[in-house]
Design a protein around this ligand. Sequence first.
Ligand SMILES: [Ca+2]
Ligand SMILES: [Ca+2]
Length: 512
Amino acid sequence: MAVLKWLGCSLFLTLVISQIFAEVPHKRFEYKYSFKPPYLAQKDGSVPFWEYGGNAIASAENVRIAPSLRSQKGAIWTKSPTNFDWWEVDIVFRITGRGRIGADGLAFWFTQNRGAYDGNVFGSSDKWVGLGVLFDSFDNDNKHNNPYIMAVLNDGTHEFDHQNDGSTQALAGCLRDFRNKPFPTRARIEYYKNTLTVLFHSGMTASDQEYEMCLRAENVHLPKNGYFGVSAATGGLADDHDVLHFLTSSLHAPGQLPVPQAPQVNEEDQRKLTQEYADYQRKLDQQKETYRKEHPEAQIKDKDEFEEWFESDNQRELRQIFQGQSQMFEVTRELNRKLDEIIGRQERTLSLMSSMQGGGGVPVVTQQQPGQPPVQMIDTIRRHEVDAVLQNQNSILATTRDLMAFVTDVRTRTDTIISNQARQPTAQVQSVGYDMTSLVNEMRDGLNTVKRDVAATAAKLGHVPAGGSAGGSCPNCLTSTMFLIFGAVQLVLLFGYFMYRDSKEAQAKKFF
Ligand SMILES: [Ca+2]
Ligand SMILES: [Ca+2]
């Protein structure tokens, strides 16, 4: 089962990977839609396959589309429209000026028709049909969002909204500074399968790998065959707008790359052509040699020209200084970030600790010297506190011991009492006996009193005159026999009650 699963997974991965690679388009460099140094412009100032105008100037190294003078406009356009559907353009450019802010900006175009050389939109025509990628330096709407890069589509009916810096019409954009960078800035504009992507390279390094995404838009429909162009304009403020490289590649879906037909040349022609080429090469070398002999000063000039390919010591030094500085900056930023992280952690830990300690351990801020950072210390348990706790514990122990002794004592006593009671079941009776004695004594006293009263009554009765004799003449009087019988009954009831109570108590003891 596991093997099957593994096989399934790997098959799926292979599919995904092949899908990804299948989507990577084939690129083909299109020299008729590109320019680059050296020898960008020819001796007569023309740029092969391109036309420029307005205030644009082409040199061997770059095309200055608009120079840093007031109100300049210029543009450069391809001579022929494209013959491919999808493309990628790399523009390497520099926008430099002495001012903290500059104007107006640079624009990349892919439009159905070539624009003007002195138009209203960054030097090109308004109401274009196609795409404009605008590098807008100047903040017309004063929203502090320039320099800004944006893509604007137009179907030929809309006028560009200069007042709002085109923000109402932009397809997408990004806020990036592209002015006065140590290295040339770059933009990579890709249009493949109706998806427009603009990548930007900030010109902070010379590396050509550090592109970052500026915008990406899907369902973009551009003219099938269009012209590439770059235009620029200055206003009251002025920057130099230089384009160093304009490199176009056509993009082709895998399997759709057109294979160029090799020209049919027979063997005889081939041989002849090779011979001709060799002759030409030899002649050229001879001519070069003659020229050098005739013009020795030109040789030096050539050498100088050759040296332009390399940077001078000063340039190298500056570049190295800049690179070192940017590295230092990076390291400092990293350190700063780590420091922030550490401080954050420390604060979290401190708050956690103080909350854990609660009322017991209050965080104590120690006395500090002015100017020193506050050092917060947590009060730990002290020696004397430990001693006090120990002492308390000992006293608790002693008390417990005393209590235990007391309880044991109580228990022994209870045991003794219980055993005593078990040995002398009459112990209780003793107390009852005492009660009985006192009771009997009380009863005897009571009887004596009654006897005395009876005697006194009898004596009184003896003094009573005839007619009231002691015989049956007094039917309500109490006879002594009756009295004795009552007394006996009372005693019997009393004894009965006490015996009953004793037996009850004895039973209760047993359960106890
Ligand atoms: Ca603007
Ligand atoms: Ca703005």
